[in-house]
Design a protein around this ligand. Structure first.
Ligand code: V4E
Length: 240
């Protein structure tokens, strides 16, 4: 690859007043607050997300998160709380990967019939991709991609410096009134993913989160509330 790929290892948590207090106690430094808007895209029959690919435009910047299946299987209950995704942030690479996935799927399936085509056209009528550059719309249309989720997030970011490296904590509040925390480590290409999982697990323990169940992310809650059909399909496919 010409392009470096980063693996994002992440654990979500419920952020209450107690956790907020602990953040200060364990030496978390606030590095800033910002607001951003995300738009997520998929085909009307969810080709991307049903394979766990998450294509989004955040404030005009394209990104795709892809399942990181190789090299790091969770070995216990705690480790399953951490997700691992490859992040593609180069726009040409995002386009070529999305195109490959869509075309592979379309080649596998039966020929597109007219009712499918009608369904696609209907979703397109409601499409809104305004905050992303106008020139970018054509590649979306060509691949039949439509926006299925759109929301704003208010984020406070913290970092914790440890001997093993830096860990980041984000506290997010989405505009549909959902709050969630994330402990995150970015692993550069070729880096140790399991070491990142261990660093996250250690910080989680310092925050007093050791015996927590899987916490819903912003997307889980958004789809459950506003796109129940999509949500059900992702649950059935064990993606969420
Ligand atoms: C829904 C989803 C993904 C989209 C991005 O989700 P997330 O990383 O939570 O968003 P955000 O805003 O924190 O992005 P960041 O700023 O960190 O880049 S990626 C994977 N999923 C599926 C998914 C999952 N595997 N597990 C859970 C609990 N929720 C969603």
């Amino acid at each position: 690859h010409i392009c470096k790929m980063t693996v994002e290892v992440e654990r979500k948590f419920v952020c209450d007043a107690e956790v907020m207090g602990r953040l200060k106690d364990i030496g978390a430094k606030c590095i800033g607050q910002r607001q951003f808007q995300d738009k997520y895209f998929d085909s009307p029959d969810f080709i991307l997300t049903l394979q766990d690919f998450w294509l989004r435009c955040r404030e005009g910047l394209w990104e795709m998160k892809c399942p990181a299946v190789l090299g790091s299987k969770p070995v216990n209950e705690t480790e399953t709380l951490c997700t691992r995704y490859i992040e593609i942030t180069s726009f040409p690479l995002v386009q070529s990967e999305v195109s490959r996935i869509i075309k592979e799927h379309t080649a596998e399936g039966s020929e597109s019939n007219s009712s499918q085509r009608e369904q696609i056209d209907k979703v397109r009528e409601n499409e809104d991709t305004d905050s992303c550059p106008a020139g970018d719309k054509k590649w979306l249309t060509d691949l039949n991609l439509v926006c299925f989720a759109e929301f704003k997030t208010e984020r406070c970011s913290y970092i914790m410096e440890r001997e093993e490296g830096t860990v980041r904590v984000d506290l997010d509040k989405a505009d549909f009134d959902y709050c969630v925390g994330e402990i995150e480590v970015l692993v550069p290409e070729g880096g140790e993913i399991n070491a990142a999982v261990q660093r996250i697990t250690k910080i989680a323990a310092e925050l007093g989160l050791s015996c927590e169940k899987k916490v819903q992310g912003k997307m889980d809650v958004y789809l459950q509330r506003y796109r129940p059909d999509h949500y059900t399909k992702l649950l059935s496919a064990h993606i969420l």
